[in-house]
Design a protein around this ligand. Structure first.
Ligand code: ME8
Length: 660
């Protein structure tokens, strides 16, 4: 029998900065959904990736004195590492700079053009670089800011190709009406419907004022609008336009998980592009809510973004995965607070779940020499008939009924992406199993010497703990694997969710469980310690972007940090951020000639401000072309978000002196 298929996607994340818990949230949610479906009989493909073109990335790279591709390569490594750390099991990590993607986007553009949906015009209006979105003056927020992110917008006037979005207005409305679950949650669907009903303008789908993007196949002056480029990743990740076996197999049964901020792109532009190309629409776009931190919006300027790597280091990947999905309904906004996070670890994971597995395992060690007991014949015979079972073993019968209900609730919750409801049901089952152990009193039964009854209780309690673990496994894969190994159990893929109710072991296996799954965290101690250290992602411009790791002194000295005298400086043409410097290192770099160094400090310094200054440079960085200029080193400067401070040295310091 062929399995039903499912394709789940995260947004293609921008590479201007490293990920915070908001990015981790979407990606964990998708992973949980995929793992659950895979476990219960689906053939699943999970796509994530990065959005690397466009003005936002070009400017971020320029600001850091890197090429956009260099910036992308650096940040992509961090995304890949983070997804490994969080145990994200994806099938495709798609980059918009991948060669196959580029070729496919060009074909898509051509196909929309051939269908008469793309025409040449002139764009005149506003553009928000952080959101990469076009706005008209009537759409701007108070103070002429971007209505989505409240930041400043640029006035843009340039030649542009337009997509005939207006042509798709009625078709889109009809599709949304005919497919009520196409946009979820419902409140978001209503928002989109009102937006479409207010009238759709044709959409600018190419830019000419910068070059970092995929070129329009028939007009090299234009690069494809970054949203058209990035949205296409959802199909190019499956090989659309290149080698499309996965596209044929998975596309259509697709769920796009997105934050509420990018709903319009996914529910209006993307379906319209697909309609124009004659490609089936995804099954659903689900817009989840946003996280704040200790009550405040996460932002670079506040420096309060939570770094998921740091959280995992402190609490483990599973605690992070659990907390993020348990705390709020998927469509709602939520708040991250360390106090609440720690209290959930202590209550839900340590007291309830960890304690259940531990106490049952300890009793198997103690009373059965670490070998899981079988059910007695009396017990298993009675279980054949629900009426008899209810009469003879009411506690266990109740546990079975509750499991039946729990599995149904979990499955229905996964259909509606109500992760928190699924976890609530599992937690209730764990709590009921703990109560079952309390009520059945195996320690009393042991003193009475009734080994059959004792074996029955521990077999049932152990199976219940294992079933809870199986239900938790999509959320907490690392913990589940550990428990299964230590309890000598396999967790095979199942044919359907119905099978989740079946006992996992009959008995006889040797257990080696001897660990605390979730040690209690002392919130006071943790918060005091944390107060003394850094806790947020920061950002690349304020320099604390990475989790601090140490380097050996030898490693450090591989970088030649030298005093260099700036002999000449000019602005790099067409760049708002870059200066080209001619720097004297007094022959220390093996040549008497001055070095050319491109520095992203123009927002603070005019060329003449720098000439004559002696400042610190990293002088042996591999030469790199930046905006057409070969840069042979890097200026050292602090960027406090508003301005730069180059590291100026006293005039008496001789050029070429090593800084140690
Ligand atoms: O928008 N709370 O990329 P992006 C919850 N490249 N989720 C959050 C969040 C928060 N505070 N902040 C961000 C882009 N997210 C485009 C997407 S897709 C074709 C192109 C999550 O790096 C949320 O999923 O800005 C949001 O939609 C996504 O990060 C945006 O990531």
């Amino acid at each position: 029998m062929t399995k039903p298929t499912l394709h789940v996607t995260t947004p293609m994340y921008y590479v201007n900065d490293i990920a915070h818990i908001g990015h981790a949230y979407t990606t964990i949610a998708g992973d949980v959904l995929c793992r659950y479906r895979r476990m219960t009989g689906y053939d699943v493909f999970y796509t994530t990736g990065t959005d690397e073109h466009g003005q936002k990335i070009a400017e971020a790279a320029e600001g850091r004195g890197m090429t956009p591709k260099q910036l992308a390569d650096t940040v992509v490594t961090k995304f890949v590492d983070l997804w490994d750390t969080l145990n994200i099991d994806y099938q495709s990590f798609s980059r918009t700079t991948d060669v196959g993607h580029k070729a496919s986007v060009q074909k898509e553009f051509q196909s929309m053009f051939d269908n008469g949906d793309i025409y040449l015009g002139k764009y005149s209006g506003y553009y928000c670089v952080p959101c990469e979105s076009f706005w008209t003056d009537t759409q701007l927020g108070e103070g002429a800011v971007c209505p989505s992110c409240n930041r400043g917008v640029k006035i843009v006037e340039e030649d542009s190709y337009f997509f005939r979005l207006s042509r798709y207005q009625d078709k889109l409305l009809q599709h949304i009406k005919d497919n009520p679950s196409f946009i979820q949650p419902e409140a978001r669907r209503n928002e989109v419907v009102s937006f479409i009903e207010s009238g759709l303008n044709d959409l600018s789908v190419s830019r000419t004022s910068f070059d970092w993007g995929i070129h329009v196949p028939f007009d090299n002056k234009h690069v494809v609008y970054v949203w058209l480029d990035a949205l296409s990743s959802y199909i190019t990740a499956l090989g659309y336009g290149t080698s499309d076996a996965n596209f044929q197999r998975y596309w259509g049964n697709t769920i796009h998980l997105v934050g509420k901020d990018i709903l319009r792109f996914h529910t209006i532009y993307w379906p319209a592009f697909l309609m124009s190309m004659g490609v089936e629409l995804p099954k659903q776009v689900f817009a989840h809510g946003w996280w704040t931190v200790e009550g405040q919006k996460m932002s670079k300027s506040l420096g309060n973004a939570i770094n998921p790597v740091e959280l995992v280091n402190d609490f483990g990947a599973d605690a992070v995965r659990y907390f993020l999905l348990q705390t709020m309904p998927f469509g709602n906004d939520g708040n991250f607070s360390y106090e609440v996070f720690i209290s959930k670890i202590n209550h839900d994971l340590s007291n309830d779940y960890g304690n259940l597995v531990n106490r049952v395992a300890q009793m198997v060690h103690k009373y059965f020499n670490s070998v899981m007991p079988h059910l007695s014949t009396k017990h298993s015979d009675a279980r054949e008939n629900p009426e008899t079972y209810k009469k003879l073993f009411p506690l266990e019968h109740h546990l079975d009924e509750l499991l039946d209900q729990t599995v149904r609730t979990v499955d229905a919750s996964m259909d509606t992406l109500s992760f928190n409801e699924a976890l609530k049901a599992i937690r209730a089952y764990i709590s009921a199993t703990n109560k079952y152990v309390d009520a059945a009193k195996p320690w009393t039964v042991a003193t009475e010497g009734d080994m059959d009854r004792l074996g029955d209780i521990l077999n049932r309690a152990m199976n219940a703990s294992l079933l809870a673990t199986r239900l938790l496994s999509p959320f907490m894969p690392e913990t589940a694997d550990k428990v299964f190994v230590l309890l000598g159990v396999e967790n095979p893929l199942l044919a359907s969710s119905e099978k989740l109710k079946l006992d996992m072991v009959s008995g006889g296996q040797k257990i080696t469980f001897n660990t605390q799954l979730f040690p209690k965290v002392d919130a006071k101690v943790f918060l005091a310690k944390r107060g003394a250290t850094t806790s947020t992602t920061g950002n690349a411009t304020t320099g604390n972007a990475d989790v601090v790791s140490t380097v050996g002194i030898d490693e450090f000295f591989k970088t030649q940090i030298l005093a260099g005298k700036i002999m000449a400086a000019t602005a790099v043409p067409k760049s708002s951020k870059l200066l080209q410097l001619s720097v004297d290192f007094g022959g220390a770099m093996g040549t008497a000639e001055n070095a050319t160094i491109v520095a992203g400090v123009k927002k603070t310094y005019a060329p003449e401000d720098l000439v004559g200054k002696t400042v610190a440079f990293a002088a042996n960085i591999k030469p790199t072309k930046i905006m057409g200029v070969l840069s042979q080193g890097m200026i050292l400067a602090v960027d406090n978000g508003t301005r730069h401070f180059v590291m100026e040295l006293d005039d008496s310091v001789v050029p070429g002196t090593r800084i140690k």
